[in-house]
Design a binder for this molecule. Structure first.
Ligand code: ZN
Length: 240
């Protein structure tokens, strides 16, 4: 059984890279085991196909050095925060037993992001209830509740509670984002509709956001998160 230190659960392939790719690369470099579970194949995206996006996600997995990446195949736009979807997530959380979960922003431009955030939050809690029984590979799973859940800030600006310094992993993040050629490279399949994502302005926006967040903690690049519950400290010197 593969135990992860950090599990990222995100609505669409590329959300994790855009929202917290630098944080992922940085923790992999620190020796942490990090995995991504994408909820949908992003099949309703204007450009690309589920097959292309699966290949792109695999390429980004290698760039980031993920221990695992899987896709739950939920329905893009139409997945719900209901019992069936919660049970699927409970199974995943118990399977990987992560200390920390990173999830979509609690509210964002794409409605799937906020819904995914609520689904992940509830599933994290329920995964710790022993009377909810789940089976994996013919064996009953043990209850597991991650110690912390953080929501990565993606499209809409949200005031961060935490900012991770990703200056040293910035190039890796951009390399991982560029793996999603169908989404962010207008020269790739130019016959498909161009979107805001395919213009150079989009990647400039990603960089500007990271520079702004980084600036506020005195570093070059930062990624912002909101917290789900208070963070405990023994010393103020544990943070800076
Ligand atoms: Zn998304």
């Amino acid at each position: 059984m593969l135990k992860l230190d950090i599990l990222v659960i995100a609505a669409h392939p590329d959300d994790a890279e855009l929202g917290c790719g630098g944080t992922i690369a940085s923790h992999v470099r620190q020796g942490k085991k990090v995995g991504i579970v994408d909820l949908t194949r992003g099949e309703l995206g204007t450009r690309g196909t589920p097959e292309i996006r699966a290949r792109e996600a695999e390429a980004a997995q290698k760039v980031l050095g993920l221990s695992v990446r899987e896709n739950l195949g939920f329905s893009d736009a139409f997945f719900a925060n209901d019992r069936a979807h919660q049970l699927a997530l409970i199974q995943v959380i118990r399977k990987y037993q992560p200390d920390i979960i990173l999830a979509n922003a609690v509210e964002d431009r794409h409605p799937d992001h906020g819904r995914a955030a609520a689904l992940v939050k509830e599933s994290c809690f329920y995964a710790g209830l022993r009377k909810i029984e789940t089976i994996y590979q013919d064996k009953p799973q043990q209850p597991w509740r991650p110690a912390q859940l953080y929501h990565f800030i993606q499209s809409n600006y949200i005031n961060p509670d935490l900012i991770v310094d990703v200056s040293d992993s910035w190039e890796k993040k951009m390399e991982a984002i560029r793996c999603f050629e169908s989404q962010f490279d207008g020269n790739n399949n130019p016959e498909e509709p161009q979107t805001f994502l395919t213009t150079p302005i989009f990647l400039q926006f990603v960089e500007a956001r990271a520079r702004e967040l980084g600036h506020s903690i005195g570093v070059t690049y930062g990624e912002g998160f909101t917290i789900d519950k208070p963070i405990g400290l023994q010393s103020f010197y544990d943070i800076h």
